[in-house]
Design a protein around this ligand. Structure first.
Ligand SMILES: [Zn+2]
Length: 524
C-alpha cells in the first residue's frame, strides 16, 4: 500500500471549505486530512512532501475536449500566433529540423488578413522547404498555402483547370501564387499521409503533458472508438496519466448499445460518459440556430440539424439504454429544441440515474434558464471562448448577446456548471478559463469593457465549475471534484493563493505540481 504525506500546505478540499494543513494519500485516495494542531497518524509513510505553505485545490477537469484532434494538432505546425508574414516564416524555419526530405509538412492557423508585411507565396515556402511538399491551412479553413513540390506531388500542373467550387490562385503570367481556395484544397488534403499509430501515441503524450502542466487530470472527450482504442494503447505504453471519459458520436450509438456499454461503465481511467449529439452549427459561421434572424441577415436563422421528433427518437434510444446524452446547442432555438426533447426523457434519466448535459449553451434567454434545473441537466460551457466571441456575438446577435454565456444565472438556480475548453479549438488552460469567467473580457484584455457583468462569477465559483462541476456533469462526484476523504487523490499545488489575491493576476499563476492518483506527475 503506497502512503504519501503532503504537509505544510493550505489544502482546500472544496472551494468553500476551511483549509487543512496536511493530507495523506493511500493507494491513490485521500484517506486523512488534518489541521496544524491535529496529530499525524502513525502510519508507515513512504514519501513526505513539504509543500511550503502553498495553496492546494482539487485538480482541474476539462468537460469538453477532442483528444485525438488535439493530439494531431501537435503533429502540425501552429501558425495561429503569427502576427506577420515574417513571424510565420520564422516559425516554419524553426520547425524545419523535424522533417525528413520528402515528408509532408502540414500546418494550420495562419491569418493573412492580419499580415501587413506581405502575402503567403509559393516561392517563400520553396526557399525554406525545397525538399518537402508543404500544406498550410488558413485559420478559417477556406484556403491553403502550398509550395511547388506540393503541386507536383498531387499532379496539379499549370494547365490544370480550377475544380468546380475551388481555385488555384495564379500570378498574372499564369504561375501558381501558392494559395488554393475551397474545393481546390481537396487534392492536397487527400494526398496527406495518415499518421501512423506510433506518431499518434507520441502526439497524445504531448497533449497529456500539456494537460498535466495546466493542472488537468481528468477530461471528457467527444470522440469515438478510434480514439478510445488509442487511449487503451496509450495507457499500456505510457502508463495511466489521465482520467478520460468518452462521449461517443451519435453514429456509434448502436455499436455501444450492441456491446452492452452504458454510462459509467469502465474504470477510474477510461469510462463511458454517453453519446454526443449536434443540434445546430456555430456562431462563427452563423449557423447556430436562432429564434430570430442574425443581425443584418434577415434571411438567416441558422440551421437545426434535427427536428424535434428526430432528436427525441435518438435521445430516447440512448437514455433508455442507460447512455447519458451530451447535446451540442449554441443558438437559442437549438437550446430550446434540446430542452424540449430532454423534458420528454426526464423520467428515463431519473429511472436510470443519468446526468445529461447541453454542450456550449452559448445563448440562453431567461425563459429557458429554469428548464435546465427542472430537467436535471448540466451545462457544459467554455468560458475561455468569451475572449474570442465578444465581438462576433455583439455583431451577429446584437442585443441578444446579453443572454450569452449566462454563468451566474445558471449557477444561481443550482444548475451544475461544467467548464472546459473545447481543445484544440481553445487551449485547455483552466486558469485562463477562470480569468475569462471572472472578467468576461475580449482577448483577455482588462482594459476592454466587461461583457455583461451580471453574468460574471467570482474565483471560487469559477474554480468550482472546473472541479466539482466537471465531476457532476459526468456523474463522477463520488470519486472526484473535491478532496474529501475517500476520493481520488488528484490535486494541484498553485504558485499563488488564488482566493486571496487580486484576480487580475490570474494569468500569471502557475500550477507548480500536479498530483494524480497520489503521485506527482508534473512539477516545476
Ligand atoms: Zn467540441
Amino acid at each position: 500500500m503506497k502512503t504519501s504525506l503532503f504537509y505544510n500546505a493550505r489544502i482546500f478540499p472544496s472551494v468553500h471549505s476551511h483549509p487543512f494543513h496536511w493530507l495523506i494519500a493511500q493507494n491513490g485516495r485521500v484517506t486523512v486530512l488534518g489541521r496544524e494542531k491535529d496529530e499525524i497518524p502513525r502510519l508507515p509513510i513512504e514519501a513526505r512532501f513539504d509543500l511550503q505553505g502553498r495553496v492546494v485545490i482539487p485538480a482541474f477537469g476539462d468537460a469538453h475536449v477532442h483528444s485525438l484532434w488535439a493530439a494531431k494538432a501537435f503533429m502540425e505546425i501552429d501558425l495561429s500566433g503569427a502576427q506577420s508574414l515574417a513571424e510565420a516564416l520564422n516559425i516554419l524555419k524553426e520547425s524545419k529540423t523535424r522533417y525528413q526530405p520528402g515528408q509532408w509538412v502540414v500546418g494550420r492557423g495562419f491569418n493573412k488578413n492580419r499580415w501587413k508585411d506581405g502575402v503567403p507565396a509559393r516561392v517563400l515556402l520553396d526557399r525554406i522547404f525545397p525538399q518537402n511538399p508543404v500544406y498550410l491551412e488558413s485559420q478559417d479553413c477556406h484556403s491553403a498555402w502550398v509550395n511547388s513540390l506540393a503541386f507536383t506531388n498531387v499532379g496539379v500542373k499549370e494547365n490544370t483547370p480550377d475544380p468546380p467550387g475551388g481555385r488555384f490562385l495564379r500570378e498574372p503570367e499564369g504561375a501558381f501564387s501558392g494559395l488554393v481556395l475551397d474545393r481546390a484544397m481537396e487534392r492536397f488534403k487527400n494526398a496527406l499521409p495518415a499518421p501512423d499509430e506510433q506518431q499518434l501515441l507520441q502526439a497524445l503524450d504531448r497533449f497529456v503533458g500539456q494537460l498535466l502542466t495546466n493542472g488537468i487530470t481528468s477530461i471528457h472527450t467527444m470522440e469515438g472508438a478510434q480514439a478510445f482504442s488509442l487511449w487503451e494503447k496509450y495507457f499500456l505504453r505510457f502508463g495511466r496519466k489521465m482520467r478520460v471519459v468518452f462521449y461517443f458520436p451519435q453514429e456509434e450509438m448502436d455499436e455501444l448499445i450492441k456491446s452492452g456499454l452504458y454510462s459509467g461503465y469502465g474504470d477510474p481511467w477510461l469510462r463511458i460518459g454517453g453519446i454526443k449529439f449536434f443540434s445546430d452549427g456555430s456562431l462563427g459561421s452563423q449557423t447556430a440556430a436562432m429564434r430570430q434572424p442574425y443581425e443584418n441577415q434577415p434571411d438567416n436563422m441558422g440551421l437545426l440539424l434535427f427536428n424535434e421528433d428526430e432528436l427525441l427518437e435518438r435521445v430516447k434510444r440512448a437514455e433508455s439504454h442507460r447512455l447519458a446524452t451530451a447535446i451540442h446547442a449554441i443558438g437559442d432555438r437549438a437550446v430550446q429544441l434540446v430542452l424540449k426533447v430532454l423534458q420528454q426523457t426526464a423520467a428515463l434519466r431519473k429511472q436510470h440515474g443519468l446526468v445529461s448535459r447541453i454542450e456550449h449553451a452559448q445563448l440562453v434567454p431567461p425563459d429557458l434558464l429554469p428548464l435546465f434545473r427542472q430537467y436535471g441537466l448540466a451545462a457544459s460551457m467554455q468560458p475561455i471562448h468569451i475572449a474570442d466571441d465578444v465581438e462576433i456575438a455583439d455583431r451577429y446577435w446584437g442585443e441578444r448577446s446579453r443572454f450569452a454565456y449566462p454563468f451566474r444565472s445558471l449557477r444561481e438556480i443550482n444548475v451544475p456548471l461544467a467548464f472546459g475548453s473545447d481543445a484544440p479549438v481553445a487551449p485547455a488552460d483552466p486558469l485562463k478559463g477562470i480569468f475569462s469567467a471572472v472578467f468576461r473580457k475580449s482577448r483577455f484584455q482588462l482594459s476592454k469593457p466587461t461583457w455583461t457583468v451580471e453574468e460574471a462569477l467570482d474565483v471560487r465559483q469559477a474554480v468550482q465549475a472546473f472541479t466539482e462541476g466537471v465531476a457532476q456533469a459526468a456523474d463522477s462526484s463520488a470519486f472526484q471534484g473535491s478532496l474529501l476523504t475517500g476520493k481520488w487523490a488528484d490535486f494541484i499545488v498553485l504558485s499563488d493563493d488564488i482566493f486571496n489575491m487580486p484576480a487580475e493576476r490570474m494569468l500569471s499563476v502557475k500550477v507548480e505540481k500536479t498530483i494524480l492518483d497520489g503521485s506527482i506527475v508534473h512539477a516545476v
